[in-house]
Design a protein around this ligand. Structure first.
Ligand code: COA
Length: 375
C-alpha cells in the first residue's frame, strides 16, 4: 500500500520548473529569477510574456518581434466567432470562455502539428487571442461589437478599450498592465498543474489550456476575485458593516474569499502591489468605498484568523475601478495566466514524462462476488 498522502498534495514537489519560484515564508515571488517587486510596474505584460515563454527579458528588437507576432495572432477564427452567439445565451462567462478557448484550436494555423515549435506559435497566439475573446464575449452579450484595437496600445490598453468601449487613460492602462504582470505565473497552482498533467500525456496545447480554464474557474482558485466583489457588494452599511460580516462568516464556519494561501505564510507579495493600485484608483475615480471596505476587512480577518489577503482580494476593487464587469474578473485572470500556462506546457513538452501518481486505497478489500439475483 502507498504511504498516506498529504491532503491536497500540500508540500509535495510535483514538478521541476525554471519559470517561477515562491518563498512562502518570506512572501517572495520570482519570475525566472527576477523578484516580482523589482519588475512589477517596470516591465510591460508583453516583456513578461517574453520572459516566461522565451526564457529571458527581451531586447527592444525582440520585443518588437513579439509585438508583431501578437498583433498578427489575435484573430480568433470563424469557429470561435460563430460560437459566440450561442454561448452568451446561458451559463457563466468562464463556462463560455472554456468552450471558446477549446474552439480556438479548430482554426489555428498549426492545428494538428504537435511539434514544440508549433506549440510555441500556438502559445503566442493564445496570449494574443485571450483578451480579444473576453472582450468579444462581453460585446456579444451586450449586443454590440468591439472597437478595433489601437496600434499605439499594448495588450492591457487594448483590452480596456475593447471591454469598456472607451480609450483608457494612460494611468489606467499602466495599472492594468501591472495587474497582468502580477497574475502571469505562480508555480504549481491548481490550473498550471492541470495544464502540465494534460500536456504530459502529449495531448495538444489547446487541450491543456482548456483544462486549466476549468481549474481556474473554481472559487478556491481564480474564481475568488469575483467572489470577493460579491462579498463587498453584499455588505450593508459599507465600511461599518465589514467587521460584523467577518465575524458572522467565521462563526458560521465559512471561508472569506481572497484570504489565505497554501504556500504564503505571510503577505502575498502581489497583494502589496494591488493594495496600492486599489487605493490610487479609488482616489482617481473619486470612489474609495470598496478600497476602504477592503482595508477594514483585511484588518478584521488578520485579527480574527491571522490570515493575509491573497492576489484575488485587492484585484477585486482594482478591476471594479477599471470598469471591468464583475463576472469578468476571473476571465481577466485567465488573460494574464495564459502566459504562464503556455510556458509551463512548453517546459513540460521539453522534458516530458507522463504524470501518473499513485493513490492510497481506502475502500473495502477481499469482497466476495455473488450473482445479481442473490444480492
Ligand atoms: N477564510 C477563513 N478561514 C480560512 C481561509 C479563509 N479564506 N483560508 C483558510 N482558512 C482556514 C481553514 O478554515 C482551516 O481552518 P481549520 O484548520 O480551523 O479548519 C485552515 O485555515 C486551513 O485551511 P485550508 O483550506 O485547509 O488551507 P489550504 O491550504 O487547503 O487552502 C486556500 C488554501 C487558498 C484554498 C484557502 O485559504 C481558501 O479557501 N481561501 C479562500 C479562497 C481564495 O481566496 N482562493 C484564492 C487563492 S489565491
Amino acid at each position: 500500500m502507498a504511504d498516506k498522502s498529504p491532503r491536497g498534495l500540500a508540500d509535495v514537489v510535483a514538478a521541476s520548473t525554471a519559470i517561477s519560484d515562491i518563498d512562502g515564508r518570506e512572501g517572495r515571488l520570482f519570475y525566472r529569477g527576477y523578484d516580482i517587486h523589482d519588475i512589477a510596474g517596470k516591465i510591460s505584460f508583453e516583456e513578461c510574456v517574453h520572459l516566461l515563454q522565451r526564457g529571458h527579458l527581451p531586447t527592444q528588437a525582440e520585443l518588437g518581434t513579439l509585438a508583431g507576432e501578437l498583433a498578427a495572432g489575435r484573430e480568433i477564427g470563424s469557429t470561435a466567432e460563430s460560437l459566440l452567439g450561442y454561448v452568451v445565451t446561458s451559463g457563466t462567462p468562464m463556462e463560455a470562455l472554456r468552450t471558446l478557448v477549446s474552439a480556438l484550436s479548430v482554426d489555428d494555423p498549426d492545428a494538428g502539428d504537435p511539434s514544440i515549435e508549433a506549440s510555441r506559435r500556438k502559445a503566442t497566439r493564445l496570449v494574443a487571442q485571450m483578451p480579444v475573446l473576453v472582450a468579444k464575449y462581453e460585446a456579444a452579450r451586450r449586443g454590440s461589437t468591439v472597437p478595433d484595437p489601437d496600434p499605439e496600445l499594448g495588450i492591457a490598453g487594448n483590452f480596456l478599450l475593447q471591454i469598456t468601449g472607451e480609450r483608457p487613460s494612460d494611468r489606467a492602462a499602466e495599472i492594468f498592465d501591472e495587474c497582468l504582470v502580477l497574475h502571469a505565473d505562480h508555480t504549481m497552482n491548481a490550473s498550471t498543474f492541470t495544464a502540465r498533467v494534460i500536456a504530459a500525456t502529449l495531448s495538444d496545447m489547446h487541450s491543456a489550456i482548456t483544462g486549466a480554464m476549468g481549474a481556474l474557474r473554481g472559487p478556491l482558485h481564480g474564481g475568488a476575485n469575483e467572489a470577493v466583489m460579491r462579498t463587498l457588494t453584499s455588505i450593508d452599511d459599507g465600511v461599518d458593516g465589514v467587521e460584523g460580516f467577518v465575524r458572522a462568516e467565521l462563526e458560521a464556519g465559512r471561508k472569506l474569499m481572497g484570504f489565505g494561501h497554501r504556500v504564503y505564510k505571510t503577505e502575498d507579495p502581489r497583494a502589496t502591489h494591488l493594495r496600492k493600485m486599489s487605493e490610487e484608483l479609488g482616489k482617481l475615480t473619486g470612489n474609495t468605498l470598496y478600497h476602504d471596505m477592503s482595508r477594514r476587512m483585511e484588518q478584521a480577518v488578520l485579527e480574527a484568523k491571522g490570515l493575509y489577503p491573497n492576489v484575488d482580494f485587492f484585484a477585486a476593487s482594482v478591476y471594479h475601478a477599471l470598469g471591468i464587469p464583475h463576472d469578468m474578473f476571473t476571465p481577466v485572470f485567465a488573460i494574464s495566466r495564459m502566459s504562464g500556462w503556455t510556458a509551463h506546457v512548453i517546459e513540460q513538452y521539453e522534458d516530458n514524462r507522463l504524470i501518473r501518481p499513485d493513490s492510497e486505497y481506502t475502500g473495502p478489500r477481499d469482497q466476495r462476488w455473488v450473482p445479481i439475483a442473490e444480492r
